[in-house]
Design a protein around this ligand. Structure first.
Ligand code: RUB
Length: 309
């Protein structure tokens, strides 16, 4: 079944990256609704909620996932038959996927404006929104080169360098710890986001905060490419974004770790970059300074403080 398959693929990172996770979850929800064989609307809603909970529990950090699931589940707020509810879920899911794909294109167009001929860029991890900006600037004929990090422990940098190479973009592949060594050669850091808090802090792949810190010290600009559904509404209430800590085995094989009883291997998958290290957040609605994160949550995600209590 698509639901359990998608949930497992998100968990084991076959499907990864905050935007792709959100679209896959929404497609799995739509498929579940299409095949849910119940006649009572209330049961339909309850079963859909269980499916939504399974999907949102897969990875805790990317807020695109609960935001996307919520936007589809809102279709169930008012309905009088299973047929109408099912149609509403399918329509919302298709709308979300379409919106998400267009958002990435729009971000690419806006983000590309911030990349100039002769620039040296640096990107970290593998973000379709960040890469979209870089690929669009290249498509426009701008000449630049890119530094791409390895991204320990899962090596998402390999996906990034393949994409850049396939596009014919000159790329330097470096270990994560070499960023500060090269940062003075870099004009612009372009990364994606898994979540953005109301105070403009950005949660992205582990290592992003160190990179942004080094960039800040070197007076190198940092832009974050992120769809509006990556802003985290509940941070308005002071709720923190949960940082996923993955299996230590990804960092050090279990057999090696077992020989070191005094060593605890830690594997946080994301970190938090403070707003002061970020110059601009490029969303599909336009580029904003991180200080305007609240307006995105209010105006584009439609959350109200009353609703969050
Ligand atoms: C991926 C990651 C990406 C963001 C944004 O982490 O940190 O930078 O998710 O990606 P992981 P996108 O590999 O652990 O999922 O722009 O594609 O949504």
């Amino acid at each position: 079944m698509l639901l359990s398959g998608t949930a497992a693929s998100i968990k084991n990172m076959e499907i990864r990256g905050a935007g792709r996770i959100a679209r896959a979850a929404v497609e799995a929800l739509a498929d579940y609704a299409e095949n849910l064989d119940v006649s009572d609307p209330e049961t339909f809603k309850q079963e859909m909620q269980k499916a939504a909970d399974i999907l949102t529990a897969t990875r805790p950090t990317a807020v695109s996932l609960p935001n996307a699931v919520r936007s589809v589940m809102r279709a169930l707020d008012s309905f009088d038959s299973v047929g109408a509810a099912r149609d509403a879920v399918l329509a919302r899911a298709a709308e979300f996927v379409d919106h998400s794909e267009h958002a990435v294109e729009r971000i690419a167009a806006i983000g590309a404006r911030h990349i100039s001929d002769g620039d040296v860029l640096l990107t970290h991890c593998n973000s379709e929104a960040a890469l979209g900006c870089i690929l669009e600037a290249h498509r426009q004929g701008k000449e630049f080169e890119v530094y791409a990090t390895e991204v320990r422990p899962r090596g998402q940098g390999l996906i990034t360098i393949r994409t850049l190479n396939d596009a014919g973009i000159r790329t330097n592949y470096i270990v994560d710890s070499a960023v500060r060594y090269f940062i003075n050669d870099v004009d612009l850091v372009v990364v994606g986001a898994d979540a953005i808090a109301v105070n403009g802090a950005v949660v992205n792949k582990i290592g992003t905060a160190q990179i942004a810190h080094a960039a800040h010290e070197a007076r190198t600009n940092v832009i974050v490419a992120a769809e509006t559904y990556k802003f985290a509404p509940r941070t308005i209430l002071g709720e923190l974004i949960e940082i996923e800590e993955r299996d230590p085995d990804e960092v050090l094989p279990r057999e090696a770790a077992e020989e070191l009883p005094f060593v605890r291997v830690r594997n946080p998958a994301f970190d938090v970059t403070p707003a002061e290290y970020i110059d601009l957040i490029v969303t599909e609605q336009g580029a904003i300074p991180p200080g305007l994160a609240f307006t995105v949550i209010r105006d584009y995600l439609g959350w109200r403080i009353e609703e969050l209590r």
